[in-house]
Unconditional design. Sequence first.
Length: 241
Amino acid sequence: MKPGNAGQPGAGKKVCVVGASGKLGRYMVQHALDRGYEVVGVCREQSVPKLADFDGRITVIPGATNTPEVIARAVKGCDAVLTVLVPWGRKRYASGTAQAVLDHARQDARLVFSCGWHITRDGKDVYPRTFKFYAAVFGRLAKIAGVVDVDDQVEACRRIFASDARWTVVRGSDLEEGDSQGLPVWSRHVGDPILASNMTRRVDYARFMVEAVEDDDLVHEAPAVVGRLTPSALAHAGGPA
Ligand SMILES: NC(=O)c1ccc[n+]([C@@H]2O[C@H](COP(=O)([O-])OP(=O)(O)OC[C@H]3O[C@@H](n4cnc5c(N)ncnc54)[C@H](OP(=O)(O)O)[C@@H]3O)[C@@H](O)[C@H]2O)c1
């Protein structure tokens, strides 16, 4: 146990942040340290300098996150794995990353994955027309350009939903920078009125991911989150969150 962290939720526990160098990843690293966890971060080799602020406070494992050997090393002995699932490129980065985590994390580890509202678990989400239009046009153009492969992120989540692991898939609304508004609120389906504002501070999205580790009610849930001070959250407080 790290000196001085007794009594904190993360005392004596180790978490791995996969995709630690991105904006969401760095917020998650900071939240995890604040909660007393020992932290291992995985990121692409060229992105290691982006973690310089955490020098001496976390262990960094450089490498592509869809490489099984890299993930196996990083998640060894971890109580939880927080994974940023991104649909970048043509190389099945998202599904390869998810599969490596599912294959190599401890069987009883808490696994928390990030993605967007476009992922649906049971097909009961109801999307605004503008959202569907943007997702269809952007998704197709980006795939043709070879920049983004949303279908692979869908495949990654299909594999997670089908697994017996202790997973949570946190579906983010649009994100913005800014000071914390507190823990986001959530609902099971996009289209629920509480989510209508479609905006969350990135720092709070990261906090939701980290706090999900200790929240067993979120095991096998795919919460769609929204900022707790947004108009829709304020108008409909009292939902599942
Ligand atoms: N942006 C939004 O409005 C939004 C909305 C809803 C949900 N989300 C979800 O939130 C999570 C974080 O998204 P974000 O937009 O906020 O970005 P982010 O936190 O900055 O993360 C981007 C991640 O993608 C990696 N990456 C960038 N280019 C890559 C490439 N060519 N190949 C492999 N990896 C690459 C980055 O790694 P490096 O540091 O190595 O570059 C970083 O880990 C994602 O799961 C996303 O689906 C985002």
